[in-house]
Design a protein around this ligand. Structure first.
Ligand SMILES: [Zn+2]
Length: 184
């Protein structure tokens, strides 16, 4: 399929590459071979966000293994996640936080989280980490602060280097989190 993306795909019956325009597979005679290959490709594309989430989960699990010094061959257990109080996840290429959101219910003791220098536009995936006390979000691409008002234990929040955030958005969050020092 490589190099011919968008015009051909694997036959559902024999896995040979067929044109999306093919009525029958020239290799095995499968009817509607092109139509079926095209549908499979569309389904595969729709699945890709899930793959990004899984990739993020894997990256976070690696970071957790570093923190708790657990060999990657041994499975992570729920009580391993509960040992984590500080997590550094800065400098990635993350645009959103689906993977972290998925793990957040296990990270019950996480107090400090560094997500500096990613490409985050929104952070509503953090809303379940209500025990967080320090959160670093500087140098991302945030356009809104939705979800952060749920982090009522926050004492320190770093928002510098997010040029699209407005004073109004930051002021509104400050009112929701009066005990938090916001660096912006
Ligand atoms: Zn075929």
């Amino acid at each position: 399929m490589k190099g011919k993306e968008g015009i051909s795909g694997p036959c559902v019956a024999c896995d040979m590459i067929v044109s999306f325009e093919a009525i029958t597979c020239p290799h095995c005679g499968q009817p509607d071979a092109g139509e079926k290959a095209k549908a499979a490709r569309i389904a595969w594309k729709a699945e890709r966000p899930i793959k990004a989430e899984k990739k993020q989960v894997r990256e976070i699990e690696f970071a957790i293994r570093d923190v708790i010094e657990k060999d990657y061959r041994i499975p992570l257990l729920d009580n391993d996640f509960e040992k984590v109080t500080v997590l550094h996840l800065q400098g990635g290429k993350w645009k959103s936080l689906e993977g972290l959101e998925k793990l957040s219910e296990k990270l019950t003791q996480l107090k400090e989280l560094n997500l500096e220098s990613n490409k985050l536009t929104e952070v509503k995936g953090l809303r379940k980490l209500s025990q967080l006390e320090k959160l670093e979000l500087q140098y991302n691409k945030l356009t809104n602060l939705e979800g952060l008002d749920q982090l009522t234990q926050l004492k320190e929040l770093w928002l510098r280097g997010n040029p699209d955030l407005t004073f109004v958005q930051i002021d509104k969050l400050q009112k929701a989190l009066p005990k938090c020092i916001i660096f912006s």
